[in-house]
Design a protein around this ligand. Structure first.
Ligand code: PMP
Length: 306
């Protein structure tokens, strides 16, 4: 079990995590009708806490609510109020390590039936230790028999809690077969993403990743890696990707808040490259780590300091 910090934000106040509870009769519990985001808060060189790309996480959260039709939330919350709530919950916990901060908008009205508009919401924030969801040295993936939910069923670009049952099905199946995570294909059989991370491949020095129209979550780490790679002078390509392109890639890696940047060393029993982290993945991993920890002045704008 991950270590969870004792103070949470719930409704409009800081409360002990044990008291931050939703009713069993809420739409959040009944239908998974909540949207969320998770961002890292890392320890900077001078010991200050650094939250990563808060504005982008807020924007994605608001957009997730908009897609699902959770429309009372934007009335009650502004970005400024959100930033203050994050600051408050960080201040109320003694944080001396890198952590993840999970922010969720729950539809909390009781027994309203399957709809989304005009219902009351509750915002929660809690903090937990930044444990990587993949083995840090490299992951082994299994292509899933379960396909990623398409935009016309449950849109992946909306980070909606209920849709994570799709990830649970696919990842548990991969774990049951002795792998570290699943590789999702989209409904047309193209490469999509992992259960909770985006995927990249390197071939002949070019970085490729599935485009936003491949039913991926629009990952904020993904966007960051693309920016870093472009700034390093690399050619990057966001496009439709075939599964077998991954098999013959020089390097494959996954990225996401909870996956950081993790090399993928094997997919469906095919060894990727020479079975070790490749030079481009290693460089991107190093730069990304430095960016998160405030050690790269070029990306300071991504960080909010506490
Ligand atoms: N895809 C899925 C399905 C995810 O759950 C996540 C984690 N939020 C990601 C990709 C990576 O997104 P981010 O970089 O914003 O954490």
């Amino acid at each position: 079990m991950a270590k969870i910090y004792p103070q949470a934000y719930f409704g409009n106040a800081i409360v002990p995590i044990e008291s931050a509870n939703l009713s069993i009769a809420s739409s959040a519990v009944l239908y998974g009708l909540s949207v969320y985001t998770v961002f890292p808060v890392c320890i900077g060189p001078d010991g200050k806490l650094l939250a990563f790309r808060l504005h982008d996480h807020w924007t994605r959260l608001v957009n997730s609510a908009k897609i699902i039709g959770i429309d009372t939330f934007a009335r009650d919350w502004t970005e400024e109020k959100f930033q203050k709530a994050v600051q408050e919950v960080i201040a109320q916990n003694s944080i001396t390590e890198d952590v993840f901060v999970r922010v969720t908008i729950h539809v909390s009205d009781l027994v309203p039936g399957v709809r989304s508009r005009g219902l009351g919401t509750t915002l929660s924030i809690f903090i937990y230790e930044a444990a990587c969801i993949l083995p840090a040295n490299g992951a082994r993936l299994k292509t899933s028999v379960w396909r990623r939910v398409p935009d016309y069923a449950i849109p992946s670009r909306a980070k909606v809690n209920g849709a994570y049952v799709n990830s649970v099905l696919a990842r548990q199946d991969a774990l049951d077969s002795g792998y570290d995570d699943c590789l999702f294909l989209d409904v047309s059989g193209h490469v999509c993403e992992l259960s909770a991370a985006n995927v990249f491949l390197v071939r002949d020095g070019v970085l490729h990743t599935p485009s936003h129209s491949s039913d991926i979550l629009e990952g904020i780490s993904r966007r960051t890696i693309l920016a870093i790679a472009r700034d390093m002078g690399m050619t990057v390509s966001e496009r439709t990707i075939d599964l077998t392109e991954l098999y013959v890639a020089d390097e494959v890696f996954a990225c996401g808040t909870s996956a950081f940047l993790t090399p993928v060393l094997e997919i469906d029993k095919r060894v990727i490259g020479n079975g070790e982290i490749g030079p481009i993945s290693a460089k991107l991993k190093e730069v990304y780590f430095d960016v998160l920890h405030g050690k790269n002045p070029n990306y300071k704008d991504f960080l909010t300091e506490y």
